[in-house]
Design a protein around this ligand. Structure first.
Ligand code: TYM
Length: 333
């Protein structure tokens, strides 16, 4: 059976990269697959989180998923810490994955920075927990942005090594789904850096809760180059900021970069930015409004997460029981 799993960290404001690289695709896939969408609070604490902020962010991200269009009645939406199987399987995968594999993970190198010795052990083992998230449900498809590709490859390696070591054909090879024209949305201030929650500049990203004025201001200030829009996307090569804005426009307007270049060929970026602001406000405005409305009702959000966790446990627990059997753990008969 085909099953989708994906996750998102409750570590701060959701931004346009999360929306275009992940959430929007999740919404499209919800009618085609059985879907589990997880707010990964265990992953969040691999770097320090203030407990009250973590609680608030977990609810806000949940509100974002629903506001973006995920139906909580037909998808399983839950926070990771409510389903113990994630941590239990992650431990087993800590013993399957090799140090050499984790040493190659570029996200750890970026996040740990120069002060590697002081990074948490959890940050290092982060991809093993991600593999456990996916494989605790034997998920077959994982919709993510481009930045998660390497972690997904590691999940596949872990699944395969487990199957080989224990001589079983138990875990599927989960397929990454990296979809749409904005799989890697870049910072508005630097076309070579990923748009991210951890960038200290607010002007580098558009948040899903930004109102029309904030969106307009950030797009107006977005870095560009002096040349007009080219006739084809070929003319965007070695113009990272211009390429990023065209990609964002294309994704928001549901067009291809070719169509966008065709329609706006020769336009100055000042004019194109106005068109971009219009489409961004049109798409994000209603979502941000709905997020604010839902966030005001924490009891509703907590109920969704608790119900989702019940459903998630019902799938993961029997799979984990089989894994314990394969590994040789004695469990009560
Ligand atoms: P996270 O919380 O950083 O991001 C959530 C999703 O948003 C995508 N994304 C982007 N896409 C395009 N452009 C960007 N600038 C951009 N920034 C973020 C991410 O690719 C992701 O799909 N490790 C994961 C969470 C996770 C997970 C999992 C994902 C935990 N367990 C199991 C899939 C399966 C993360 O930190 O995502």
């Amino acid at each position: 059976m085909e099953r989708i799993f994906s996750g998102i960290q409750p570590t701060g404001d959701l931004h346009l990269g999360n929306y275009l690289g992940a959430l929007r695709n999740w919404v499209k896939l919800q009618s085609e697959y059985e879907c589990l969408y997880c707010v990964v609070d265990l992953h969040a604490i691999t770097v320090w989180q203030e407990p009250d902020e973590l609680r608030a962010n977990t609810r806000e991200v949940t509100a974002g998923l629903i506001a973006a269009g995920l139906n909580p009645d037909t998808n399983i939406i839950f926070n990771q810490s409510q389903v113990p199987a994630h941590a239990q399987l992650a431990w087993i995968f800590n013993c399957v994955a090799r140090l050499g594999w984790l040493n190659r993970m570029t996200q750890f190198k970026e996040k740990a920075g120069k002060n590697r010795e002081n990074a948490s052990v959890g940050l290092y083992a982060y991809p093993n927990l991600m593999a456990a998230d996916i494989l605790a449900y034997k998920a077959t498809h994982v919709p993510v942005g481009e930045d998660q590709k390497q972690h997904l490859e590691l999940s596949r390696d872990i699944a395969q090594k487990f199957n080989n070591d224990y001589k079983v054909d138990f875990f599927p090879q989960p397929e990454p789904l990296i979809l749409g024209p904005a799989t890697r949305v870049m910072s508005l201030r630097d076309g070579t850096a990923k748009m991210s929650k951890s960038d200290p500049s607010e002007n580098s990203r558009i948040n899903m809760t930004d109102g029309p004025d904030a969106i307009a201001k950030k797009i107006r200030r977005a870095k560009t180059d002096p040349d007009p829009l080219p006739e084809t996307p070929k003319g965007l090569e070695s113009r990272p900021e211009a390429a990023n804005l065209v990609g964002i426009y294309a994704a928001l307007a549901g067009k291809t970069p070719e169509e966008v270049c065709n329609e706006h060929a020769g336009a100055q970026f000042s004019a194109f930015k106005e068109a971009l602001t219009e489409v961004a406000v049109e798409v994000l405005g209603p979502i941000g409004g709905e997020m604010t409305r839902l966030t005001a009702d924490p009891a509703y959000l907590d109920k969704i997460l608790a119900g989702g966790a019940d459903q998630a446990r019902a799938i993961a627990d029997p799979i984990l029981a089989e894994i314990y059997e394969i590994v040789g753990f004695l469990t009560p008969a």
